[in-house]
Design a binder for this molecule. Structure first.
Ligand SMILES: Cc1cc2nc3c(=O)[nH]c(=O)nc-3n(C[C@H](O)[C@H](O)[C@H](O)COP(=O)(O)O)c2cc1C
Length: 143
């Protein structure tokens, strides 16, 4: 199995309704079919997504995501083999709301000169790992 995490710039033309109905709902169905789990955090201008599952399924989905015009500047933050999942209960958990400090720090560190994933420093890789852990612990929204 494999896990990837990326950050991207949400297209200004994509409404919240479109994120939910045209991106998240079909992604949940396709991810379920391909045994993929993960989460998608978004705000007005960005997406931050983690997906994990069989190598081939992750490659296929990421290839589609990377060229999807509903976002741009898709930047891979991690691409790693995994022995177990962090989001096993969710084919696509949707997260929004204020980012944890580790994520804010990552966003600040990372721009404006993104590096290919193999060139990340150990510090940056550790920051990405802490961000993914925070996303996995994201609290359930109060009703
Ligand atoms: C921010 C974002 C996140 C996405 N996440 C997923 C995903 O987790 N799984 C998925 O199958 N497609 C996802 N998509 C959609 C893909 O880019 C693509 O439209 C879809 O996989 C095409 O599937 P189809 O060719 O089977 O119709 C995402 C798109 C965007 C813009």
């Amino acid at each position: 199995m494999r896990r990837i995490c990326y950050l991207s710039e949400r297209a200004t033309t994509v409404s919240d309704t479109e994120v939910v109905e045209d991106i998240v709902l079909p992604a949940m169905a396709k991810n379920r079919r391909l045994d993929v789990t993960g989460c998608l955090w978004f705000d007005e201008t960005r997406f931050l997504q983690v997906i994990e599952g069989p190598d081939g399924a992750i490659s296929d989905i990421y290839a589609a995501i990377a060229v999807d015009r509903r976002h741009a500047d898709v930047e891979l933050l991690v691409d790693e083999p995994i022995a177990s999942r962090l989001f096993e209960r969710f084919n696509m958990r949707t997260l929004s709301g204020p980012l944890p400090d580790s994520v804010t720090e990552l966003l600040a560190t990372n721009r404006p000169r993104p590096k290919p994933v193999q060139d990340h420093t150990p510090d940056f890789a550790a920051l990405v790992a802490s961000v993914i852990a925070e996303l996995a612990r994201w609290p359930v929204e109060p009703a």
